[in-house]
Ligand binder design. Sequence first.
Ligand SMILES: [Mn+2]
Length: 191
Amino acid sequence: MRTAQETRKTKETDVAVSLSLDGGTVDISTGIGFFDHMLHAFAVHGGFGLQVKTIGDLYVDGHHTVEDTGIVLGKAFAQAFGDRSGIARFGSFYVPMDEALAFAAVDVSGRPFLAFRANFSQERTGEYDLCLTEEFMRAFATNAGITLHVRLEYGANAHHEAEAIFKAVAHALRLAATQTGEGVLSTKGSL
Ligand SMILES: [Mn+2]
């Protein structure tokens, strides 16, 4: 089955993630309301079953909590993808959110890479610093072993901008994870 459980505990954070690429319960708790909102949207739009429990050092700021959640979520995806055979491998998607438009492209390549282009219209929304979005995506892409390109085309409201990004990544991943029933999509024969 395309499921995974990953945990990671340091002096800064304690993260537990349970993932199913094929749907299931969504339950997110990180201590940062807006980040919960983003991960919830990510799970629902990706069609993923996802439980995330992060207890982080929020008395510092949100950085460790967001980045470490990205690390563990990425490891869960890597485990769930297995040998990366039998899936579409590539996916890309545009998501509009009112005035904001975001694009994401994914290659489940085994080669970690993040290209991230976004200038947010505000620095914060709620208790969430928008600059953490890139930290999350880098940690996620690196640990998932995927090539991920994210671009915010335009927008005016940082809440919409971030939400469009998370939804675009979710849909791109959903397409890339689509089961084809065939082998590894690579001229090398493996990824
Ligand atoms: Mn929203």
